[in-house]
Design a protein around this ligand. Structure first.
Ligand SMILES: [Fe+2]
Ligand SMILES: [Fe+2]
Length: 368
C-alpha cells in the first residue's frame, strides 16, 4: 500500500513539474499523467465533449462556434492540486473539439486570491489551448492589486472586437466602491473580503460610469441590426444582492443594449447553469471548472433550467465548460458541458419563445 502511495506522490510531482513548464507540446503528456493519477487514486476522469453537439452544430444556418472556460479559482499548485486538474481537464476538452472553436472566452476568476503566482500558473496553463483565448476579469483576479498583475499578463479588462459579423464586447463588471481605504485594510484583507460569497461589509458590483460611457461610444459605431454578444463576469441583471449575484447598474447597461435587435450576454461568477431573458436580451451563465454554487434562495429567473445539486462524492460534478453556437441570424445556442452528467443545450428558440418551445429536458439524476 505504501509503495502505491509513494508511486502516486512521484507521479503527482512529475505532473506538477510539467505544469510549471507547460507549453503546448508538454500539455498532452501532462494531461496523460493526470489521467494516470486519477486511475491510481480510483477517480475516473469524466467524459469529454460529446461529438453529438458537433453534428448538431452543422445546421445550415450556423455561422461559427466559440468555447468557454471559466472560474477556475487557482491556488498555487502546492496548495491545491484539484483546481489545477480541473482547468487542465477543460483545456483538454476544448483542444479535443473538432472542428476547433474560433476562439475561447475565459470568463474570469482565473485566480483564487489574485496572487501573481496564481495568475502566472493560470496564464501558463491557458497557453496550452490551441485556439486563440480572449480574457475577462473576475473579482478574484482583481482585488489584491486592483488588476495590475492581470493587466500585465492579459492586457485591457474592457475591450470590443468584431468576428464574422458579430460585435463582441468584454466588460469589467466587478467594480465596487472603495470601502477599504478608510478602515485601512491591507490588500490581502481587501482580497479576502471580496473572495467571500457573503461579504456583509462589501459593496455591489457595478460596470460604473466610466465604462458605461465607453460602452455608449463603442456601440455608437455599431448598426442596430448587427448581432451583439456581451461578456460580463457578474450577471448583468439582479438575482441576489447578498451574494453579489448582481450588477447594481444592470438596468443602465441593459438600456444601452436595448436598441440592438439581437443581444446575448454571457457571464461567469455564478458557477451554475443560469438562463434569463430581459426584453430582447438573452442571458446565459457559464459553468465553473472549480466548484458549483448552489442556487440563490431568491431572485432566480423564470427561464432557469435548473441543474441538480452536485454529488458531494464526485469532485467534478456540477463543474464543466462549454460552447456557444452562433447562428447567421445572430442568435446563439448555449451548450453546457457538465463533466459528470449529460450535456445540456439551452437554445435561442427556448428563450425567444419565452419558455413555450424547445424546453431542455429535465435532469433525472438523483440528488445526494
Ligand atoms: Fe467564481
Ligand atoms: Fe466571481
Amino acid at each position: 500500500m505504501k509503495d502505491r502511495y509513494d508511486e502516486y506522490l512521484k507521479e503527482r510531482d512529475a505532473y506538477f513539474d510539467r505544469v510549471t513548464r507547460l507549453g503546448r507540446r508538454d500539455f498532452l503528456k501532462a494531461s496523460g499523467v493526470a489521467a494516470a493519477v486519477a486511475v491510481a487514486t480510483g477517480k475516473a476522469l469524466p467524459h469529454s465533449f460529446q461529438p453529438v453537439d458537433v453534428v448538431q452544430a452543422a445546421a445550415p444556418e450556423q455561422s461559427f462556434r466559440f468555447a468557454y472556460v471559466s472560474d477556475s479559482h487557482l491556488y498555487e499548485k502546492t496548495l491545491n492540486e484539484r483546481f489545477v486538474r480541473s482547468i487542465l481537464k477543460a483545456v483538454d476538452d476544448v483542444n479535443a473539439l473538432v472542428p476547433q472553436p474560433d476562439f475561447i472566452l475565459y470568463g474570469g476568476d482565473l485566480a483564487q486570491l489574485g496572487q501573481a503566482k496564481e495568475l502566472d500558473e493560470g496564464a501558463q496553463i491557458l497557453k496550452a489551448l490551441k485556439a486563440p483565448v480572449r480574457m475577462m476579469v473576475g473579482e478574484h483576479d482583481w482585488y489584491l492589486d486592483m488588476g495590475e498583475k492581470w493587466r500585465t499578463l492579459f492586457g485591457k479588462d474592457t475591450y470590443s472586437f468584431d468576428h464574422k459579423g458579430v460585435h463582441f464586447v468584454v466588460l469589467n463588471s466587478v467594480i465596487v466602491e472603495d470601502y477599504w481605504t478608510s478602515p485601512k485594510m491591507t490588500p490581502m484583507e481587501r482580497m479576502l473580503a471580496m473572495a467571500q460569497l457573503d461579504n456583509p461589509n462589501g459593496r455591489p458590483f457595478t460596470v460604473g460610469d466610466a465604462q458605461r460611457d465607453w460602452l455608449k461610444n463603442d456601440l455608437a459605431k455599431v448598426k442596430p441590426e448587427t448581432p451583439l454578444i456581451v461578456f460580463s463576469h457578474s450577471p448583468l441583471y439582479k438575482i441576489y444582492k447578498a451574494w453579489n449575484f448582481w450588477t447594481d447598474d444592470a438596468e443602465q447597461v441593459q438600456a444601452l443594449l436595448a436598441p440592438f435587435k439581437t443581444v446575448t450576454v454571457i457571464h461567469g461568477h455564478t458557477h451554475q447553469m443560469l438562463t434569463n431573458r430581459v426584453g430582447n436580451i438573452h442571458f446565459h451563465g457559464m459553468l465553473s471548472t472549480a466548484w458549483p454554487w448552489p442556487y440563490a434562495p431568491q431572485g432566480l429567473p423564470k427561464l432557469l433550467v435548473r441543474m441538480n445539486r452536485a454529488d458531494p462524492f464526485d469532485e467534478f460534478d456540477g463543474c464543466g465548460d462549454g460552447s456557444v453556437e452562433v447562428f447567421k441570424n445572430g442568435r446563439s445556442d448555449k451548450n453546457y458541458n457538465l463533466w459528470s452528467r449529460n450535456p445540456v443545450k439551452v437554445s435561442a428558440g427556448y428563450l425567444d419563445s419565452d419558455g413555450a418551445a424547445a424546453r431542455p429536458p429535465r435532469e433525472t439524476d438523483v440528488n445526494y
